[in-house]
Design a protein around this ligand. Structure first.
Ligand code: MG
Length: 160
């Protein structure tokens, strides 16, 4: 069996008047995330991780933010489209692990729902997905609540 690892990173700024959507879940928060799409930083980091592991480029190449088609796009839908390519190339998810770096909102209460939503899109079981929140101990841009960051790592297995 062949295996491949992938790494994805994303960050988005908090702004007034937008929802805070992570892994397709609306998290209650006083601000949301700025971006051309729905700014779902978890979906974006995971998309880059799976594409990178499969050697299929990155989210910016597939869904350029200069293209009006992706304005306010549902990023879980973009992840599903990317995963179709990964599956077609003969790969399946071994496991995925994600860290959401933010002071608030708290991620823990939403982690199970986020994992379930990702599992559906990635065609794997929720038990193959880890989601955890970490604060940055008030340091840096996440520590100042200017935005949040996500790191995702994935292991792909050959489906054959
Ligand atoms: Mg992004």
């Amino acid at each position: 069996m062949s295996i491949r690892v992938g790494l994805g990173y994303d960050s988005h700024r908090f702004v007034e008047g937008r929802p805070c959507i992570l892994a397709g879940q609306h998290l209650p928060h006083d601000r949301g995330l700025a971006g051309h799409s729905d700014a779902d930083a978890v979906a974006h980091a995971v998309t880059d991780a799976v594409l990178g592991a499969a050697g299929l480029g990155d989210i910016g190449a597939l869904f350029p933010d200069t293209d009006a088609a992706w304005k306010d796009a549902d990023s879980m839908r973009l992840l599903a489209m990317a995963m179709e390519r990964v599956l077609a190339a003969g790969w399946r998810i071994g496991n995925l692990d994600c860290v959401v770096i933010t002071e608030r909102p708290k991620i823990g209460p939403h982690a199970a729902a986020m994992a379930a939503a990702l599992a559906e899109v990635l065609r794997c079981a929720p038990g193959q997905i880890g989601i955890k929140g970490k604060t940055n101990e008030t340091m840096g841009f996440t520590g100042r609540n200017e935005g949040l960051a996500v790191i995702a790592t994935v292991l792909l297995e050959s489906a054959a």
